[in-house]
Write a protein that binds this ligand. Structure first.
Ligand code: TXA
Ligand code: MG
Length: 326
């Protein structure tokens, strides 16, 4: 296939998707690699293009809570309440699937992941389609998620026909994934993401945090090693790490603190000079990509952010990116 075109023509994306092809789509979290969620061939192609193991299920995107009942076999009150408050937004619900959803989408699981993204371009696109879109993040499996059309072009540009450009993603980390476990249907957070855990607790009361657990067959994309740059990323106290890795021309991911004099400015990326966690989330993946691309740096060093709000989602990504196997 020739190289993808980047454009803003929703009509063109509609034509490709109706023809069973894949299109990269903007969302408020990260760019997605989208295909017709109800057509098994298109879904199979997503796994192929992304190089994703077929045991790792996909999120189904729709534009309205009214379209959810057709996709699920039950729609519990807590799920409805969450959608009322947070949709459209960076939240994904795991619900019992309906017969409409192909096996491949859920990797055989009885539950389907549903999300209503908050981006005007993709909402209009979904509005014009009579099917929902299956879309994982538009990166090769295991690598840093894309937060701009150019990021998608760099990595999947020779594998898809069209990249729908909606500008840089405003949230910058993936959606929060929540499901209901066991007979008691306890709300369980499978992935920390764009809706802070605290906000969900405000609505539902206590939740279980599953995203801490190790490899997890039920949500394999929460594998420990994920979202990773090609270079090793080491998390810890910067002063100490700088001493330890001085010989390896380290690159630094900073949050709030000033640039280090002993490291070249080009080797430092500031997530947010004013210490704003939302801004840091927005810039996280782009920053990691820039540092990963520096020819001289052999290692990326970073400190965890405060463990609250979006900081929890950022730290989760940093921890997974830094994990190099047991
Ligand atoms: O913000 C987002 O959620 C982005 C944008 C494009 O919407 N999408 C995204 O998709 O992050 P992906 O495929 O990179 O991550 C989806 C996660 C994976 O960890 C997958 O294992 C989990 O959702 N997941 C999907 N369906 C599931 C299911 N039925 N049961 C358990 N986990 C599921
Ligand atoms: Mg992903």
């Amino acid at each position: 296939m020739s190289r993808a075109r980047i454009g803003t023509a929703i009509g063109e994306a509609v034509r490709w998707l109706k023809a069973g092809e894949l299109v990269a789509i903007p969302t408020e979290t990260v760019y997605g690699l989208a295909g017709n969620a109800l057509q098994a061939d298109a879904v199979a192609r997503i796994f192929e293009v992304k190089n994703r193991p077929s045991f790792d299920p996909l999120i189904v995107h729709t534009d309205s809570a009214e379209k959810v009942p057709a996709l699920v076999s039950s729609f519990p009150e807590q799920a409805r309440r969450l959608l009322k408050i947070f949709a459209p937004g960076p939240l994904t619900l795991l619900l019992p699937r309906s017969a409409l959803i192909p096996d491949l989408v859920t990797a055989g699981s009885p539950r389907v992941a549903i999300r209503i993204p908050n981006h005007p371009v993709v909402l209009e696109l979904l509005h014009q389609l009579d099917f929902p879109l299956a879309a994982p993040s538009a990166n090769p499996f295991g690598y840093i998620s894309p937060t701009s059309a150019e990021h998608v072009m760099d990595q999947l540009g020779d594998r898809i026909p069209y990249i729908l450009d909606g500008g840089p993603c405003e949230v910058g980390v993936e959606s929060t994934i929540i499901g209901w476990e066991g007979e008691d249907a306890i709300p369980t957070i499978w992935r920390k993401g764009g809706i802070p855990v605290e906000d969900i607790i405000d609505v539902l009361g206590p939740v279980v945090l599953k995203s801490e657990s190790t490899s997890n067959p039920q949500a394999p994309g929460t594998l420990k090693s994920h979202y990773a740059p090609r270079k090793p990323l080491v998390l810890g106290a910067l002063d100490q790490l700088l001493e330890q890795y001085a010989e390896q021309h380290p690159a630094l991911l900073l949050f709030g603190e000033p640039f280090r004099q002993e490291v070249p400015a080009g080797h430092q990326f500031q997530l947010s000079s004013k210490g704003d966690i939302g801004e840091a989330a927005q810039r996280l993946f782009a920053g990691l990509r820039i540092l990963d691309g520096l020819p001289e740096a052999e290692v990326i060093l970073a400190s965890p952010l405060p463990e609250k709000g979006l900081g929890m989602a950022i730290n989760d990504r940093l921890r997974r990116a830094s994990y190099r196997g047991a």
